[in-house]
Write a protein that binds this ligand. Structure first.
Ligand code: NDP
Length: 328
């Protein structure tokens, strides 16, 4: 039998955590034959609710779930972690300036990065979901100098999945017919969902749609503002779809992208496509054997260039702000 994989989830008692844990335990994160140990990290106020979720996990009698540990100590929570899903974050509240938000999250992600550095397994893979996800990932990465930087990633897979769904609806295609879509930049309103290299049933998506006004005025804003539309409709932020995207992100990272396709991940830039080295920005990537590679050589037209640059500018400003705050 295989050795169980240690999966740590922070913010485990939150709504994304609630949608996420059952799918990890049932084998959707890593595969149907991979046993898991769950480590639930919460702040003290969240521990009791996390215990309740753990009781429900027990009651599912998942064959792959070996044990569950609940803690508010990051050193314990990340001990031996192979995969860490950093979901808990400090939400932006009314009247909060960006600097306040970044420093509140620095107080969470800096110590978590250090705890990962000191306690996680050598093969640790980190996905940051909690917002501002890209910059939180940068803070954690900077606090973990002994961990290869490329193990710190931020989630843009929900944006990627949203874009696929919107493009499928527009073209009448099945989602499974859509390949090579890209989210560039920040997981924020400036993100750029790019269909110029995407394929719909083997045909170029941009040529098939052939409607730049739809792209600029409908598609891009619909994808970028989908989170707000869901809050408006549901009265609560997206949780199941965010959890699903986190599952997809890690599953693809570990198990590989299909031939002839790629995915989108927020990763430390190596300078490709003019994105400054070191910032955590979303790129088109292929994955294989637990590692990822940026898809190279794509032709970036003017329409795309302006939008990638705008999102990257926001990321460099966030980086400068956290540098100023001494968080990186
Ligand atoms: P959620 O579980 O709904 O969200 C958690 C984080 O995910 C937020 O930062 C949220 O950002 C982010 N997120 C990213 N993408 C999405 C998306 N598409 N849709 C919705 N959210 C998204 O928050 P809850 O308040 O329900 O739960 C948070 C939990 O985290 C609480 O139990 C709290 O106790 C815990 N926590 C734990 C910490 C720790 O372990 N040290 C630290 C801080 C909190 P956004 O705010 O922009 O919606």
């Amino acid at each position: 039998t295989r050795t169980p994989v240690n999966v740590t989830v922070t913010g485990a008692a939150g709504q994304i955590g609630y949608a996420l844990l059952f799918r990890i335990a049932s084998g959707h994160l890593l595969g149907p034959d991979v046993p898991v140990n769950l480590r639930l990290l919460e702040i003290p106020q969240g521990l009791k609710a996390a215990e309740g979720t753990a009781m429900e996990l027990d009651d599912c009698a998942f064959p792959l779930l070996r044990n569950i540990e609940i803690t508010d100590d990051a050193n314990v929570g990340f001990a031996g972690a192979n995969v860490a899903l950093l979901v808990g974050a400090r939400p932006r509240t009314k009247g909060m300036e960006r600097g306040d938000l970044l420093s509140a999250n620095g107080g969470i992600f800096k110590p978590q990065g250090k705890a990962i550095n000191d306690n996680a397994a050598d093969d640790i893979k980190v996905l940051v979901v909690g917002n501002p996800a890209n910059t939180n990932a940068l803070i954690a990465q900077a606090a973990a100098p002994d961990v290869p930087a490329d193990r710190f990633t931020a989630m843009t897979r929900l944006d990627h999945n949203r874009a696929i769904s919107q493009l499928a609806a527009k073209t009448g295609a099945a989602v499974s017919d859509i390949k090579k879509l890209t989210i560039w930049g920040n997981h924020s309103a400036t993100q750029y969902p790019d269909i110029f290299h995407a394929e719909v049933g083997g045909k170029n998506a941009a040529e098939l749609v052939n409607d730049e006004a739809w792209l600029a005025d409908t598609f891009i804003p619909t994808v970028a503002k989908r989170g707000a539309a869901i809050i408006e409709a549901r009265g609560a932020s997206s949780a199941a779809s965010a959890a699903n995207a986190a599952i997809d992100h890690v599953h693809t990272w570990v198990n590989g992208t299909a031939a002839g396709d790629w995915t989108s991940m927020g990763i430390p830039s190596d300078g490709s496509y003019g994105v400054p080295e070191g910032i955590i920005s979303s790129f088109p990537v292929t994955t294989e054997n637990g590692t990822y590679k940026i898809v190279q050589g794509l032709d970036i037209n003017e329409f795309s260039r302006a939008r990638i640059d705008a999102s990257v500018k926001e990321l460099t400003e966030e980086r400068d702000a956290v540098r100023e705050l001494g968080l990186i």
